[in-house]
Ligand binder design. Structure first.
Ligand SMILES: Nc1ncnc2c1ncn2[C@@H]1O[C@H](COP(=O)(O)OP(=O)(O)OP(=O)(O)O)[C@@H](O)[C@H]1O
Ligand SMILES: N[C@@H](CCO)C(=O)O
Length: 311
């Protein structure tokens, strides 16, 4: 019985003010999903995993994503997905998105569907919706495309890859805490439906600054762009450590800092001008002051989803 294995990397979404828009993939962690055909009698998705995530298809981001794909394309096939988690979940590292991205890519290859990556984003984000209550495209766009991406349209899906003309490294500051059940769902409930025009304009300025800074290699524009007047502020109760972690990181001359996805992890952009050792010490003290230790993962931009092997 043939099978296809796909690998998708972790991601940090909501770069600066880019809530549901700007995201990047990093090599910190990855998921692997193996897809195989069980039979051609009926439509179904079976989940095999021993990594602490739901085995029910509709509660698993990978299963829900693939089922939406089979239903939308009218395919009568039952597939099995063996999900091997590498991305820790519930920490803002795009874990549910990585599984969904790897799963739809493996099935696309397995069934020879020839779908474009935008099509795969459409299905993978439905997998995200099964987990967080609302389909958001940013994590899966980063895991599928790689690099830094902007989801510029959701109907139809359009993803722009942002050219990065500046050398930077990434530091993930990951609280060593028990993942909150349904963390992203709860975080999305905190986002206001109505905002002040002044805050919306300020966030548009931040997004402009971030994208222009990445494309031009302007360090100051990147730092300015990694701010958010709306979502990060609304969600601060979920990560009270963040404002002070950001403060000490900038005092250590980080390029810029933002919350990774829906948190609680924090993403730091840094380079040769950054006192990275001092930054980690200071951030570690802040975490301890908040009652928990943190892991510090130095990483870099990752590519998009990869078909690892076809058995
Ligand atoms: N394939 C999967 N991989 C990871 N988590 C999954 C998966 N399927 C369902 N889940 C559930 O989703 C939740 C984790 O997803 P959640 O969106 O809250 O955080 P995350 O994806 O790890 O980070 P982010 O904030 O970047 O989205 C957990 O409750 C987990 O049980
Ligand atoms: N944009 C999503 C990303 C989750 O990682 C959210 O913040 O809800």
């Amino acid at each position: 019985m043939s099978s296809v294995v796909a690998r998708a990397y972790s991601s940090s979404a909501n770069l600066g003010a880019g809530f549901d828009i700007l995201s990047l993939a990093h090599k910190a962690y990855h998921d692997e999903v193996e897809a195989e055909i069980v039979n051609n009698e009926g439509r179904g998705v079976l989940i095999e995993t021993s990594d602490g995530i739901p085995k029910e298809t509709h509660r698993n981001s990978a299963g829900a994503a693939v089922l939406s794909m089979l239903e939308d394309l009218g395919l009568k096939v039952t597939v099995r997905l063996k999900v091997k988690k590498g991305v820790p979940f519930g920490l803002g590292l795009g874990s549910s998105g990585a599984s969904a991205s790897a799963a739809v890519s493996a099935v696309n290859e397995l069934l020879g569907l020839g779908l474009r990556r935008e099509d795969l984003v459409k299905y993978a984000m439905l997998g995200e919706g099964a987990v967080s209550g609302s389909p958001h495209p940013d994590n899966v766009a980063a895991s599928l495309f790689g690099g830094v991406v902007a989801v510029v349209s959701t109907s139809p899906i359009r993803v722009a890859q942002i050219p990065v003309r500046v050398a930077f490294n990434l530091l993930l500051i990951i609280p060593r805490v028990k993942p909150m059940e349904g963390k992203t769902r709860k975080a999305r409930e905190l986002v206001p439906n109505r905002v002040n025009l002044s805050d919306a304009v300020q966030n548009a300025r931040f997004i402009s600054s971030l994208i222009l800074g990445l494309e031009s290699g302007n360090r100051e524009l990147i730092r300015l762009g990694l701010n958010d007047e709306i979502v990060e502020k609304a969600r601060t109760p979920m990560y009270p450590h963040y404002p002070e972690v950001k403060k000490v990181a900038l005092e250590s001359d980080a390029i810029g800092v933002c919350v990774s996805g829906a948190g609680p992890s924090v993403l730091v952009f840094y380079d040769k001008y950054t006192d990275i050792m001092g930054l980690k010490d200071r951030a570690d003290n802040v975490c301890k002051k908040n009652g928990f230790a943190c892991d510090f993962i130095e990483t870099e931009l990752a590519g998009g989803v990869q078909i690892e092997r076809i058995n």
